[in-house]
Design a protein around this ligand. Structure first.
Ligand code: AMP
Ligand code: ZN
Ligand code: FE
Ligand code: FE
Length: 280
């Protein structure tokens, strides 16, 4: 049984619509796929209809932009109640932070002599609930300023580059509590990538586990073999679930193909308990 627990659709910064993503998951031989758009649950209904049609299991999730001691941490949440008012309230703050950032990013690029407007970005972001830097990158590609998303991040959009602008992110500990209170299952996404490696020590993760953290995404393309081994040890010591996933973004991220990393069935069962029926 092949299980991939982290993918993005066009409702955030992936390039497949939810239906297309689920169809591609079935074509890739997956039995279970989680849709985990950034800060948004708006793709769930469409993805569920597609999953019912093609006969694979959908796990409903999201990937929330959080902060811990000033560093960005991505938190996956599986199967929370999508109507929970406290969760929705905090997600709304995160989404507003994204909206507030866009004009500032545009102004920075204009200062660099690039004739980009907000409309150019909205033309490529389509029905995305969460607009992000990848959409700015896509607009720059359309304009012929860069060739790829990677080039746009490298030249303009990464921290330290001239068009990088910070935005609001949820407090990690509070978001773990909000997800748990909404009946969801929190897992730290790619814990040791970019900014988060320095702050997510074993002691810190132990504290997060006390708050209700359920698992660590160990098998992810951004972790090398040594990193995976060490994270697996930490998960074992703290009795946390180990997940693996692709972090698929369609054509937006090369090499992050559906099923490139997967989650063991016993780990998925521990993670989801009775929220999703996995046909074993
Ligand atoms: P944002 O949501 O605006 O903070 O942008 C973060 C997202 O951009 C990440 O979740 C990735 O999907 C994507 N991303 C980050 N770095 C890169 C990169 N170097 N190349 C392409 N996409 C990236
Ligand atoms: Zn993304
Ligand atoms: Fe992420
Ligand atoms: Fe992701």
């Amino acid at each position: 049984m092949l299980i991939d627990l982290h993918t993005h659709s066009r409702r955030s910064d992936g390039t497949d619509g939810p239906t297309e993503l689920v169809e591609n998951a079935a074509r890739a031989g997956l039995d279970v796929v989680a849709l985990t758009d950034h800060d948004a649950m708006t793709g769930w209904a469409e993805a569920q209809a597609a999953a019912d049609r093609v006969g694979i299991t959908l796990v409903k999730g999201l990937e929330i932009s959080c902060r811990y001691r000033d560093k960005g941490v991505h938190l996956l949440g599986y199967e929370p109640d999508p109507t929970d008012p406290s969760l929705l309230g905090e997600l709304d703050r995160v989404l507003r932070g994204r909206q507030d950032r866009l004009p500032k990013t545009i102004a920075r690029l204009q200062d660099l002599g690039i004739a980009i407007t907000e409309a150019d970005v909205l033309a490529v972001s389509g029905d995305a609930a969460a607009t992000g830097r990848p959409h700015v990158a896509d607009a720059l590609i359309v304009m012929g300023v860069v060739a790829t998303r990677d080039e746009a991040f490298e030249r303009y959009l990464m921290p330290g580059r001239p068009a990088y602008v910070d935005r609001y992110a949820a407090d990690l500990e509070e978001m773990i509590r909000l997800l748990v209170d909404a009946g969801g299952r929190p897992v730290i996404a790619h814990p040791w990538t970019r900014q988060s490696r320095s702050v997510l020590t074993e002691d810190v993760v132990a504290g997060l586990a006390e708050l209700g953290l359920v698992g660590l995404e160990v098998d992810h393309n951004d972790h090398d073999a040594g990193t995976r081994t060490r994270l697996r040890e930490i998960a074992r010591e703290l009795d946390l679930v180990v997940t693996g996933s692709s972090d698929y973004h369609g054509t937006g991220k090369v090499g992050y193909d559906l099923g490139v990393n997967t989650t063991a069935p016993d780990q998925a069962v521990r993670l989801l308990e009775d929220r999703v029926t996995l046909n074993r």
